[in-house]
Design a binder for this molecule. Structure first.
Ligand code: HEC
Length: 181
């Protein structure tokens, strides 16, 4: 009885071992399969990823919108004829004037390194040069921009002074960028 219990115990243990062994081989096979899939996946990723990365870095360079530098555009269309594209005063119209236009890249340097914002603002708008002051070769931009505002806004309500301020400040910001150190 005791031996039968013992042998059945052994038998059960042996059966359990068999089950365990079967399960282990099964698990190992599963594990190996999973590992193989993982390695294959890594290879696929390694193969695809550099292309994807190259595309994602190339895209902004190709499709980046060219931002409009409004101050620069305005300067080049309305000021460069006299002051030159580089602001140094060598524009084609400037050479025809009695008084050649000043070098706009030296405004800060000639003023102890400080860009004379307020004075230049009035100089551009024309506020600094009353009619009594005599001749002025530069157009009175304050008047020009007030007229521009009327065309720009058409029938919409608008503030010509605000429009003029925005234009002149935009130009001054650009001229400030032209300053020589
Ligand atoms: C028709 C030629 C002409 C055009 C166009 C012109 N300028 Fe002038 N600018 C001059 C002349 C000449 C002077 C020197 C002062 C004078 O005689 O009126 C001058 C002076 C200036 C000054 C003053 C410098 C100082 O030290 O006071 C600034 C700033 C300036 N111009 C900016 C501009 C800007 C900005 C524009 C475009 C919106 C412009 N100019 C368009 C001819 C021109």
């Amino acid at each position: 009885m005791a031996s039968s219990i013992h042998s059945s115990g052994l038998h059960r243990a042996g059966a359990a071992l068999d089950v365990l062994r079967a399960w282990l081989t099964h698990a190992t096979a599963n594990l190996l399969l999973a590992l193989a899939l993982l390695i294959a996946w890594i290879f696929i990723l390694a193969w695809i990823a550099p292309d994807a990365r190259a595309q994602s870095t190339a895209r902004p360079a190709q499709k980046a919108p060219t931002m409009r530098d409004a101050g620069k555009v305005e300067f080049e269309s309305r000021c460069a004829s006299c002051h030159g594209v580089n602001g140094k005063g060598s524009g084609p119209v400037g050479e025809l004037l009695r008084k050649s236009p000043p070098d706009l890249t030296l405004l800060a340097k000639r003023n102890s390194g400080v860009f004379p914002m307020a004075r230049l603002y009035d100089s551009i708008t024309g506020d600094a040069l009353p009619a009594a002051h005599g001749t002025r070769d530069m157009p009175v931009w304050g008047r020009v921009y007030r007229e521009d505002a009327a065309t720009y806004y058409m029938e919409l309500p608008y503030d010509p002074d605000a429009y003029t301020r925005a234009q002149v400040l935009m130009l001054l910001e650009y001229v400030h960028r032209l300053q020589q150190k």
